[in-house]
Design a protein around this ligand. Structure first.
Ligand code: PLP
Length: 433
């Protein structure tokens, strides 16, 4: 594939540098992963040339018979993966999927109740710098101050007080599972729609390793590029046999048809134009991979690795928020180590370990500094790393953070990191060296 870039050496160089960066560093950013060569090839295919506004069988352009097959396959595979009745595979990103849902269900000024950004929520769950906090009135629920866990009493009290039209579940930095049944009860008490944004743990949910939001939520959104290990993109899903989806009082089948028409037309023409057919085909490839049994082994290993890493870090004196993890990520409060999230991110970066600084619940530092880091295991698990490597990595992290001013030490950790990476080759087929 890379050969074709010989016509543009400036770009070829950038791609090679990025391949080397990905191969020679420890990728612990919880929202990232490494796609298969099959996904990569589909994303780089000639389907990028095709305009296909509309949906399979109902396009505004001619010549769509083959891209229709790709989109149908993506839809069928995604439905099977989550036992969903309705899916839309066209959103260009997780944020676009959320926008399509909000604009389908809400009017400007309606209230959204979601997890506060500084407690692990996402920008699109009502942050004032995002459309979700500007078009809608947004209220954030916080975690319990002692346990740092979701506190369903806090959420219910807030819901009763604020009367949201939509309650949003799901997060970008929460290491525990969600009780969607409890959220359903709260939503029903206040007459709110219930949505889950499963962008982060979608792959783990698909394999039955975490609670399934499709059983209780009116609608579910996700990205496709995090634990699902597909191309960058978003999807919208509705579960099977919803008793009363969206509270619309018409016969069951019709309700679903109605809602899918609402969501489909909000994605296109509501907020998007032509779909990215190459990416939709790459989504189909990724969903096909996720349907295989080996993806369950992969997903189980992600969780085993996260639990091992959390345990090792705690044994080295690190304060892992809520004392561990149920999923693929953890938040580490660095207050007791006297280092900010920003400084930790930079220090680990020098040692070849990639993480992101992250607000911790009740953080006293600004979002640009923060008191914590977020660590996730999906990417390194894709490379084949297991518990033994997680123990090594916990020690690398500790050694780096304990010697943040010692450039020689960071350099020597970087060499150890590179040696470890060499044992778990990434995209050897793409390497030019
Ligand atoms: C990553 C993420 C998104 C947004 O995805 P983009 O594709 O970056 O727009 C939305 N919601 C949550 C909870 C996320 O973690």
């Amino acid at each position: 594939m890379l050969n074709y870039l010989n016509s543009d050496l400036e770009i070829l160089k950038i791609v090679q540098l990025e391949i080397d960066r990905q191969a020679n560093n420890l990728e612990l950013i919880a929202s990232e992963n490494f796609v298969s060569l099959a996904v990569l090839s589909a994303a780089g295919s000639v389907l990028t040339n095709k305009y296909a506004e509309g949906y399979p069988g109902k396009r505004y352009y001619g010549g769509c018979e083959f891209v229709d097959m790709a989109e149908e396959l993506a839809r069928e595979r995604l439905k099977k993966l989550f036992n969903a009745e309705y899916v839309n595979v066209q959103p260009h990103s997780g944020s676009q999927a959320n926008m399509a849902v909000y604009m389908s269900l809400l009017k400007p000024g309606d209230t959204i109740l979601g997890l506060s950004l500084d407690h692990g929520g996402h920008l699109t769950h009502g942050s004032p710098v995002n459309f979700s906090g500007q078009i809608y009135r947004s209220v954030g629920y916080t975690l319990n101050k002692e346990t740092k866990l979701l506190d369903y009493n806090i959420i219910e009290d807030l819901a009763k007080k604020e009367k949201p039209k939509l309650i949003v579940t799901g997060a970008s930095a929460y290491s525990r599972d969600w009780d969607y049944k409890k959220f359903r009860e709260i939503a029903d008490k206040v007459g709110a729609f219930l949505m889950c944004d499963m962008a982060h743990p979608a792959g783990l949910i698909a394999k039955g390793l975490l609670n399934n939001p499709l059983e209780y939520c009116d609608v579910v959104t996700s990205t496709t590029h995090k634990t699902l290990r597909g191309p960058r993109g978003g999807v919208i899903l509705i579960g099977k046999d919803k008793e009363n989806p969206m509270g619309i009082k018409t016969p069951k089948g019709d309700r679903l048809k109605l809602m899918s028409e609402v969501f489909d037309s909000m994605v296109m023409p509501g907020i998007q134009g032509g779909p990215l057919m190459h990416i939709i085909m790459a989504k189909a490839v990724a969903f096909g991979e996720a349907l295989q049994d080996s993806f369950a082994d992969y997903s189980r290993q992600i969780i085993k690795n996260a639990k091992t890493l959390a345990k090792e870090l705690m044994s080295l004196g690190y304060d892992v928020i809520s004392g561990g993890t149920d999923n693929h990520l953890m938040l580490v409060d660095l207050t007791n180590k006297n280092i900010s999230g920003k400084k930790a991110e930079n220090t680990l970066g020098e040692a070849g370990i990639t993480v992101n600084k992250n607000m911790i619940p009740f953080d006293t530092k600004s979002p640009f500094v923060t008191s914590g880091i977020r660590i996730g295991t999906p990417a390194l698990t894709t490379r084949g790393m297991k518990e033994d490597e997680m123990k090594l990595i916990a020690n690398f992290i500790d050694k780096a953070l304990s010697n943040a001013e010692n450039k020689e030490m960071l350099k020597s950790i970087r060499a150890d990191v590179k040696a470890l990476c060499k044992n778990f080759p990434l995209y050897p087929e793409l390497s030019q060296n």
